[in-house]
Design a protein around this ligand. Structure first.
Ligand SMILES: Nc1nc2c(ncn2[C@@H]2O[C@H](COP(=O)(O)OP(=O)(O)OP(=O)(O)O)[C@@H](O)[C@H]2O)c(=O)[nH]1
Ligand SMILES: [Mg+2]
Length: 301
């Protein structure tokens, strides 16, 4: 129980999923609420590929956020897996946030509305990236979206600058149920260190490469273990691509690209785990892995 003045305010806890088109800022918002980077962020669409849990711990409430992959044209293989992951997450939630990017055309959001129509949960619309548009445009956007779906609340924010994010948080707390804290105070996520390391490496791959490369890569950790003698964590990682030519691009001229990716990933993983890292990376070609159910499973999707 949290105490406010003389009155006992019941503690609240709930699960909130954030869905939306790719690149709208879902992961950025979760990281802000958690106060830690639990979900990777890049300027490229389709960064998040799994459901990622991030926990906000407040004095009077706890919110477990589900970050989800951006919803786009379902297609096949990995794309379909990503869309399904996002949609299935809705069912496990007390509240759904639909996030849109105020700085771009919003017509693609119709597809998302179609999926949330049968849902009886409260749904908020979060209009993100308002730092990129003139304030005068916000009201017009709210009016536009209000007619498309009976959102319980429409809240404009900037996940990047934090503008209006505390209002959003307070409003969410009003809607979630009374309940106990499901996660202990020091839990930020349910991810394993292995998964987090793989995601950091994938983030660097996405950041440093161009064209199709960010989308044809997957990362898995073959081995991760602490060498107690040296107190160094040894990581053996594999980057999967679809073609030999892509492998060449990732390795780069005399290995320069892979070195840059590895160095940047190592620094972030060291910061996360608080230990020195020794990392070995292999690049492997698995033709058409994104459309092969067996390969997808093997790689962890
Ligand atoms: N200017 C501005 N940029 C933002 C804001 N929120 C997120 N971004 C940027 O938008 C890009 C995408 O952010 P993400 O958080 O990865 O978006 P996402 O919705 O998780 O994307 P997917 O995982 O691909 O679906 C990054 O470059 C962020 O820095 C915002 O409020 N304002
Ligand atoms: Mg994301």
């Amino acid at each position: 129980m949290a105490i406010q003045g003389d009155e006992k305010v019941p503690f609240k806890s709930g699960f909130v999923s954030i869905i939306g088109q790719p690149n709208t800022g879902k992961s950025t918002l979760i990281n802000r609420f958690v106060g830690k980077k639990v979900s990777i962020v890049t300027p490229k669409a389709q960064t998040t590929r799994n459901r990622i849990l991030g926990i906000f711990h407040g004095d009077s409430a706890q919110i477990a956020f589900f970050d989800t992959p951006g919803i786009c044209n379902p297609g096949r293989g990995l794309d379909r897996h990503m869309v399904n992951t996002a949609l299935m997450t809705i069912a496990d939630s007390d509240l759904v946030l639909v996030m849109v990017d105020s700085s771009i055309d919003s017509s693609g959001d119709e597809a998302i509305i179609k999926h949330i129509k049968p849902v009886s949960l409260p749904v908020f619309l979060v209009i993100n990236k308002i730092d990129l548009i003139p304030k005068s445009k916000i009201l017009a956007l709210i009016a536009l979206y209000k007619d498309r779906f009976p959102y319980k609340e429409i809240i404009p924010i900037s996940a990047l600058t934090g503008e209006n994010c505390s209002d959003l948080l307070e409003t969410m707390i009003r809607y979630i149920p009374i309940g106990p804290a499901y996660f202990s105070g020091d839990t930020a996520t349910d991810q394993t260190e292995r998964f987090a390391a793989a995601e950091i490496l994938r983030e660097k791959l996405m950041l440093f490469t161009r064209q199709e490369i960010p989308y044809v890569c997957a990362v898995f950790i073959d081995d991760m273990s602490l060498d107690t003698k040296s107190d160094i964590i040894r990581i053996m990682a594999t980057i999967v691509v679809e073609k030999k030519s892509q492998k060449g691009i990732i390795i780069g001229n005399r290995g320069q690209m892979l070195k840059k990716i590895a160095q940047s990933a190592r620094m972030d993983i060291e910061a996360l785990l608080g230990k020195h890292i020794y990392m070995e990376i292999w690049v492997k070609v698995i033709e058409n892995w994104r459309n092969n159910e067996h390969d997808l499973k093997q790689i962890g999707y």
